[in-house]
Design a binder for this molecule. Sequence first.
Ligand code: ZN
Length: 255
Amino acid sequence: MLLHLSTWQEVEAYLQTSEGIIVPIGSTEQHGPTGLIGTDAICAEAIARGVGEATQAMVAPTINVGMALHHTAFPGSISLRPSTMIQVVRDYISCLAKAGFTKFYFINGHGGNIATLKAAFSETYAYLEELQLSYAHKVQCQLANWFTCNSVLKLAKELYGEQEGSHATPSEVAVTQYIYPQAIKQAQLSPQVGTGHQIYGARDFRQRYPDGRMGSNPALATPEHGKQFYELAVKELSNGYLEFLNAESAELARR
Ligand SMILES: [Zn+2]
């Protein structure tokens, strides 16, 4: 069920059956010469919708812009500052929490979001308590990165080995090729690729990683691989979501 294609009455009815919601979060940032700028949001959204279908869960609108400041020396990249993103996430969760949602499962497509998302969760818990929301103590957020699913990591290693790299990876490019075959890009990739540098500011990043890739060879990506990654991630994260939803009852049963 997609929140933005539902009416408020349908959301109200859903809340009678579940307090869980899936929130896809990505980024809008360069992904090398063949990767789409929307890659991280596209992957997170598609996988979140797959998980929503598999588990009958509500899926919230995708947060398309994340924390990607170090990519902003490449045209087309858009980033929130961490402090802005914390407020965006806090407001997003707290509106849904006031409606009755208590279990927030974030399906994330971008490594650069992780630190800020965790900070945002802490800010949100404190904020909901300050609001004196009677069930503030029941609100829980969980972060699930599709690209660190065990099954995804295993397949990426089998298919690409070291050439998976860490940004503009063939695995994420493959997922976008599966979702948007009409937007598959071709470009000559240099055999040299930046790798292993620390991340500082945007200009420095572009000097160290001149074409935007980080140790990756996205020319290995195919839409067929993308379908495999998609299916593995949907399966693993569907289990993850259901475990998260049922954690409380399992915990109580163990006592
Ligand atoms: Zn990415």
